[in-house]
Ligand binder design. Sequence first.
Ligand code: ATP
Ligand code: MG
Length: 441
Amino acid sequence: MKLSNYFLPILKETPSEAKIKSHQLMLRSGMIRQSASGIYSWLPLGFKVLKNIENVVREEQNNAGAIELLMPTIQSSEIWKESGRYDDYGKEMLRIQDRHERDLLYGPTNEELITQIFRDNIKSYKNLPLMLYHIQWKFRDEIRPRFGVMRCREFLMKDTYSFDIDQAAAELSYKKMFLSYLKTFEKLELKAIPMKAETGPIGGDLSHEFIILAETGESEVYLDKNILDIETKNLDYSIESVNGIIEKYSKFYSATDEKHNKDDFNQIKKNDQMHTRGIEIGHIFYFGDKYSKSMNALINNNEGKNINPQMGSYGIGVSRLPAAIIEAKYNDEFMKWPLSITPFKVAILNLGKNGDEADQKSLEFYNLLCNLKLEPLLDDTSDSPSSKFKNFDLIGIPFQIIIGSKLKKDEYEFKEIGKDKKILSKDEIINFLKEAYKIDQ
Ligand code: ATP
Ligand code: MG
């Protein structure tokens, strides 16, 4: 993409309504614009990041054996009356009437709808276990939308639902999702810590929030520092691996304030105690037959008896993640997107002028990178070099090729964001990028 053809409305000043750095950066770098309180448009740069995150989340759901479908944003009120949540949900639910005065709603979550789909189509234990997910917009009329896409009213969520024959099988599904969340967040270069969370009426230990530590987070959390050192690389979905990782985490204290227990926390060595804040990026939850019972979803077990399947639900805040990643990575001087989700793979900063040598060199390099699927963003505008440098530190593309007039024919300035510049040849840069992005050709 050439910047002169792109739509990237960069702001010079920090908008005063943005109180935290992710909101500031997303506005300044032209990723989002507010359309109404807590409702945002995703401009091209932000949309690219969002789609890339969605794909990382999707890939790991598929690896865990979950199957993707798509449920609508608008739901009928009938199923919510069946589960009893139509009244319970209160003002957070956006209620709508159609022209026939039928009650509809903009889905805040999908337990009811997925249970209805399951109930109408699956009758036998032979079809279990089953994990279904979708990535769809939700609406919650939050009382205090704030911090940009961090807490908004319309947001993109990945929600998975598991159906199992009994509690033991449901626990295995839960653990698989637990592991898939660790792998997803690892790919996004985030250190997400699973924390015991409120389970509601079911009780037990089977609810975890996945939280990244950040001063600006809305959750208050307590943890044993050693939990941060648990290795989450190279996990697979074998039973041993699934059980092994849960066992490792269960050795260390970590809880949100709702589940916090002072006595247990005080058992931890003083130096290892940590009380801080964090951002919730995912939440997994086992709730047994809460919905399958109230909505009368039945399956025939291997003894010919009709029973209610055991269910769980598992959410990831897809549209909260760009903001969470910025909170984790942006240091007020420059942003560096994780390679797995960067909006462009490499930036070319053409410091030349129309038709001069640097300009020609930039265009040639650009064409080459496009052919190699190295998705460059070429700054071919007439902005000053200093404003180009500033803008690109904000946009956060991890690598920059800076092309001025001082260097020899096959020499280029190459910079990885946050590191010193180097002088490299074209081949050296290409080999470096191919290796960084694991592109073989
Ligand atoms: P919270 O306590 O933050 O309101 P929740 O418990 O209501 O979260 P879930 O229903 O578990 O959230 O939703 C799954 C995920 O969706 C959350 O972990 C979070 O990342 C994201 N999420 C929830 N509400 C919002 C919102 N208003 N804006 C953006 N993302 C959200
Ligand atoms: Mg909520």
